[in-house]
Write a protein of this length. Structure first.
Length: 383
């Protein structure tokens, strides 16, 4: 995960780009394409995306034309700035926009670069039909769906709203062949051609990989826990009686919603890949005195991939309100260190989310919730 640092950057003069550029690609010099040009003596590029600054987040690649940076998702106009060791360029990014420029590396290699809005151009990726993906809810609260790779190999992937695209474990990629890429991937009635697949060492228990929310950008994703179905709608379904609507917020492309404990409210990232009920950011907990007077359920220690150990406390929150619906006695983990997302946000895991049938409207950025048959089941932390 990228190290997300929020700092002020100035000094270097800026080249300004404020309109959609032509498509970059093919052969030809920067002069021939009449694109803005900035200089670089190093392949490392830092990026300020809105209010977030990522140092050395981008590596220049002259062979990729264009090399596309997808800006963090927002439906508002914002600025994105690329900083090389010699120069910089500032781009005013509008929803659905694409902006091309060239970074001239060491005075000779033209790196054709594109900044693209995470909101795709109108019509891109739209599909008129409804797709259905059956799933099983595991004992670890994972939304597990069978996927068929290249028409022959079956793997088990979990739907993780806190993740992006497709991720497979190395073992899943090599289990039946020396496969280096995936040509087709099918889940239920949905088929992806030449999908982008990354290798991961982190999945839910007993899973071969995961798939994220961005695969359904612009669509309506229904998670029906009563019938164990993921239904991908081209438009908002009818008959939403009993559902409660709330706005979605995107922070660094993570899907968030507003929720509240008695101590205070805040934005909570939706994480169907987590088997926990709720996780509270250490900074938010301190600012709101969240732990005062709460019952301690247990303490535990977790170790991250670098071997760092963290003390985790699980407390019983008397109430959690989500979309005006109240849940009682919710087991809540309190982080002892920095949030793994790199910014302050609380997390709702699938031990809470599974209690609702959910529609995620990625076209209008709304969430619809309706209590389901799992509302009264015992939390995993209490079992």
């Amino acid at each position: 995960m990228r190290n997300l640092l929020l700092i002020l950057v100035s000094l270097a003069p800026l080249v300004m780009v404020a309109q959609t550029g032509p498509a970059a690609g093919g052969s030809g010099s920067a002069a021939a394409t009449k694109l803005p040009v900035i200089k670089a003596g190093s392949k490392k590029v830092s990026i300020r995306d809105g209010e977030f600054f990522d140092r050395d987040a981008w590596n220049l690649s002259p062979a990729t034309r264009p090399d596309v940076y997808t800006a963090d998702r927002t439906r508002k106009v914002k600025w994105v700035t690329f900083y090389t060791d010699m120069d910089s360029i500032r781009v005013r990014v509008k929803p659905r926009g694409r902006y091309d420029f060239v970074i001239l590396l060491n005075g000779k290699d033209s790196c054709f670069t594109r900044i693209a809005s995470a909101i795709p151009p109108a019509g891109v990726g739209e599909n008129a039909k409804t797709d259905t993906i059956p799933f099983a809810l595991t004992e670890y609260n994972a939304i597990a769906a069978k996927a068929v790779i290249d028409g022959s190999d079956t793997v088990l992937l979990h739907f993780d709203v806190g993740s992006f695209s497709f991720h497979l474990t190395k073992d899943a990629m090599l289990r039946k062949s020396s496969r280096k890429k995936v040509n087709t991937l099918q889940m239920g009635t949905r088929v992806w051609q030449q999908p982008s697949v990354s290798i991961t060492g982190f999945t839910a228990h007993d899973m071969d990989g995961r798939f994220g929310w961005d695969l359904f950008e612009g669509r309506q994703v229904e998670i029906d826990y009563d019938h164990n179905l993921l239904i991908i709608h081209p438009r908002l379904p009818r008959g939403l009686k009993g559902y409660v609507r709330e706005k979605l917020l995107f922070q660094r492309n993570y899907v968030c919603v507003k929720a509240a404990f008695p101590a205070g409210d805040g934005y909570f990232m939706l994480d169907t890949g987590s088997d926990q009920a709720a996780i509270v950011d250490s900074g938010w907990a301190a600012a709101h005195h969240f732990t005062d007077g709460l019952k301690l359920i247990k303490t535990s220690t977790i170790t991250d991939p670098r071997g760092n150990k963290y003390l985790i406390r699980t407390l019983e929150a008397p109430m959690l309100e989500l979309c005006h619906i109240q849940l009682s006695n919710v087991p809540t983990l309190v982080l002892s260190g920095r949030n793994p997302t790199g910014f302050e946000v609380n997390i709702l895991g699938n031990d809470v989310l599974k209690r609702f049938n959910i529609i995620l409207d990625f076209k209008h950025d709304n969430i619809y919730l309706k209590p389901n048959r799992l509302m009264g089941v015992q939390y995993r932390a209490n079992s």
